[in-house]
Write a protein that binds this ligand. Sequence first.
Ligand code: PEP
Ligand code: MG
Length: 539
Amino acid sequence: MRKFDGKSVYKGIAVGPVAVLSQKEEQVRRSRIAHPEAELARVREAVGTAQEQLQALYEKAVAQVGEASAAIFEVHQMMLEDDDYLDAIYGMIRTELVNAEYAVAVTGDNFSEMFSGMEDDYMKARAADVKDISNRLIQCLGGQEGKALTLREPSIIVADDLSPSETVQMDKTKILAIVTVHGSANSHTSILARMMNIPALIGVALDLDEITSGTDAVVDGTLGEFILAPDDAVRAQARQRLDEELEKRRLLQELKGKDNCTQSGRKLNVFANIGSVGDVGYVLENDAGGIGLFRSEFLYLGRDDFPTEEEQLQAYRQVLQMMGEKKVIIRTLDIGADKQADYFHLEKEENPALGYRAIRICLKQPDIFRTQLRALFRASVHGSLAIMYPMIISTEEVRRIFEIVEEVKAQLREADVPFGDPEQGIMIETPAAVMMSDELAQMVDFFSVGTNDLTQYTLAIDRQNARLDDFYNPHHEAVLRMIQMVVDSAHRHGKWAGICGELGADLELTETFVKMGVDELSVSPSMVLPIRKRIRELA
Ligand code: PEP
Ligand code: MG
């Protein structure tokens, strides 16, 4: 038994096997074979198995992240049928009399190198896909342990770090907990962990080479401990606590269907934050009153090109239809900083958090923005949509946004495409927006305070830098006063103000927020019922 300390991102306990997501390629052994035909048959069988796996992954991904993001698995299926690729593997087995695993590994490397050397960016990006399908084939041949990204059983993911796109691609139902060597509590991966109700630890000093996938472990998100190969006593204790936790969750279920009303009758909206269509299930399961933040940029991550208007429309429509009459606030693209997609070709920046991101990209590259706005306005006829713009610093930006919105609406009108009249609001994530909130409130329908960024920009602390977590004090009086100012500005002009940053879920502050007059709290789906409980306890 070995115990490691880490920083807790999400409380909770998990017991189960670990799946190590190793950065390193595993070595495949070369061996000489006597019967090439038998080896060829093994490859054919493995191709069949891999195709089935990819089909299953595709279907799962469609349900979780929508068709657009799932398309990558279809591409992999097509590549697995490619004659050049398969002939190269067969040829090598026949002429060099080598084992199937080795032939696949070498062919995968050769093809991947060939793609990387190509001029065209799209073809270049295929290099990683060939590697991926070759690794899958080798797994199917039984020659290599599975990578954690394609989990076969519910597991504790152990990795050096996880990018938001990697997290998006994982099968959420199979993640018991996440343990990373690096990472920060305010990163999007940590936010995803909280959203999915998954115990998570970061900053755990592990040597991944020393850990074998399948080893039993315990993750204690409350104490911030990772225990590898626990003894019977530790395991039994963890299981007992897990049972208690489940019991607590059952109790919270009793709050379903109740309203978020203090004892003196003040009512708040408690909404949920999501990153994909697949998250709507968690929203409904936890009885949220609406979606207060749909981080639409996740539609753009983990893929090779911009999602088309139709792809976006499909995703937004699905969310709206699943939510029925409940409000869905979709935030326009907030790419940049820690959320990177290669095809945006964003330059490397000295200070990405202060750089070319979010609304700045949309205003500088309005074609990207227009496509999203067209999809949003078209989707607005399918439910109760509100649109929210991120990272605003000035009234000029809002004015320019509304000009573009009017252009888009005129185009739609001309083409006889129906659209609704969604509410339009902004995120308050910069001290500039706070200071201008009185003027901004006169222009928009609502405010939603993004406390993650507002804290980072107010305290001048990089939310991604784990070394600064001790300084990152979200209860800082400066931040709390800013929230009060924002709420007051909104109310002065008859608008509403909510909080959609992580602070909204802080149970220690619920009472403060109620007193401030905050109208809405949008939190991870798993925090909706605990917040409701807290509000109902308040006098
Ligand atoms: C925030 O900054 O608080 C916010 C909700 O946006 P994100 O975390 O996606 O940057
Ligand atoms: Mg933000």
